[in-house]
Design a protein around this ligand. Structure first.
Ligand code: AMP
Ligand code: GLY
Length: 410
């Protein structure tokens, strides 16, 4: 079988490694649409998704697997399906679960899924009136996609007013011409990835993402500086999660959600139960790096069964040991990461049994250079896995390297 994998970060590298383990595909039959440092030679140049789908069909590609959100929001799966190629990823309509926070909120409210109280607005003149409804400064979110940067947690009402103005003035272009103001919640965050084939929802156990740049959850919000899997849950928390997933499945069924892909629930466990902070329609990066390292089955077989509407036959199995991912990032991340620094000692990972996944990396000849904010994901499973990961984190060198030293199960 021939496959096209769309995306070029560490999440896609993790998917690639997992797919390569499957006996159902040969390395030379995996194609890429973007040049990741991990990608083999099969890169397809394209002008637009129609052009890409046409080339994919000519090559005999039967399955598209999409990593990032932007192509899903742009409707890449609709295009490929119209060319008769099966897809793993939401269609354009359902990608709005991630691409429009107001759409996601309406979906949650319609199906009685617990989420923070909120207001939607598109006019700065409404801001004072809406702020007056909150006891504490609310969270401010751009309605549309903003590369993970569209959420602010202001400390004062004045700051909230100022951020609302910047957003509505077009800080994120059209994506922030509409904004959400929502009640700030407090609790532990969990990421749950669910597979959906149009009939069945099958979920991975919760993973945890270390979103803040610095140790002890200090510093700026990032795309994620590390992950651990699985999260330990109390009986109360487990009940909350199970109840929530049943509601989500029912909501998707009742909405006749006609896609085959991933739903990522960004959740917060609060004193009074589990709340949904956001939906994404892709796997989370870096959580999927640790989840897939722990996964014991054939992920490609799971994807194929999904496209056949046979997800109900699948059982997901995991190792009994925990899995971890620590991200090495560049100085300046997440605002303006330094690029172009040579990366030394990548080979050391093998000695410690640590898997290296490439994100912001450029390969020139045999040398590797930093080329983005999050540079490498270091992944390993096992009771003592963190020791090996942190040895490698120390020994890999590049100018301005930063990483969190406190990744652990929680
Ligand atoms: P989102 O993209 O909506 O998940 O928001 C990104 C991050 O902002 C989340 O992972 C949380 O850390 C934080 N966040 C979002 N909504 C809230 C909320 N209502 N209360 C507290 N923190 C939030
Ligand atoms: N780890 C958070 C995200 O992928 O959005």
């Amino acid at each position: 079988m021939k496959i096209l994998l769309f995306g070029s970060g560490a999440r896609e590298h993790a998917l690639y490694d997992a797919i390569l383990k499957s006996p159902l595909v040969k390395k030379e039959d995996i194609y890429f649409a973007q040049t990741g440092a991990f990608a083999g030679g099969n890169i397809i140049d394209f002008d637009d998704y129609c052009n890409l789908a046409k080339k994919a069909r000519e090559l005999g590609i039967e399955l598209l697997i999409v990593g990032p959100e932007a192509p899903l929001a742009d409707g890449i799966c609709d295009v490929f399906l119209s060319f008769g190629i099966k897809t793993i990823g939401a269609n354009k309509y359902w990608a709005r679960l991630e691409g429009s926070k107001s759409f996601a909120k309406e979906f949650m409210c319609k199906f009685d899924i617990k989420t923070a109280e909120y207001f939607v607005l598109d006019d700065y003149l409404q801001v004072d009136n809406i702020l007056s409804k909150f006891e504490k400064p609310p969270v401010i979110k751009a309605d549309g996609l903003a590369q993970g940067k569209g959420v602010y947690l202001p400390k004062t009402f004045n700051e909230a007013r100022q951020i609302a103005k910047e957003f509505l003035d077009g800080k994120f272009g059209e994506s922030s011409k509409k904004i959400i103001l929502e009640k700030r919640l407090y609790g532990r965050e969990l990421s749950i990835f669910s597979l959906w084939d149009g009939k069945t929802l099958l979920s991975f156990p919760p993973a945890c993402d270390f979103k803040k740049l610095l140790d002890d959850d200090k510093g700026a919000n990032t795309g994620g500086m590390g992950s651990a899997f699985p999260c330990a849950l109390t009986d109360f928390e487990k009940n909350e999660v199970d109840g929530y997933l049943l509601k989500l499945e029912k909501a998707l069924k009742n909405s006749k959600a006609d896609f085959c892909g991933v739903i990522y629930s960004g959740l917060m466990m609060c004193n009074d139960g589990l709340y949904v902070l956001e939906y994404n329609v892709r796997f989370g990066d870096p959580e999927i790096q640790s989840v897939l390292d722990n996964f014991c089955g054939d992920i490609l077989d799971v994807f194929i069964k999904m496209t056949q509407g046979r997800l109900c036959e699948v059982k997901l199995q995991f190792s009994n040991e925990p899995s971890y991912c620590v991200v090495l990032a560049s100085e300046g991340y997440p605002v303006s990461p330094k690029k172009g620094c040579e990366i030394f000692n990548i080979d050391i990972a093998e000695k410690y049994g640590v898997k290296i996944l490439f994100a912001g990396v450029k390969k020139v000849g045999e040398k590797y250079y930093t080329n983005g904010g999050r540079v490498l994901s270091l992944v390993k499973s096992g009771k003592n896995a963190l020791e090996g990961i942190y040895k490698v984190a120390q020994e890999i060198k590049f100018d301005g390297k930063i990483y969190r030293k406190d990744i652990k199960l929680r």
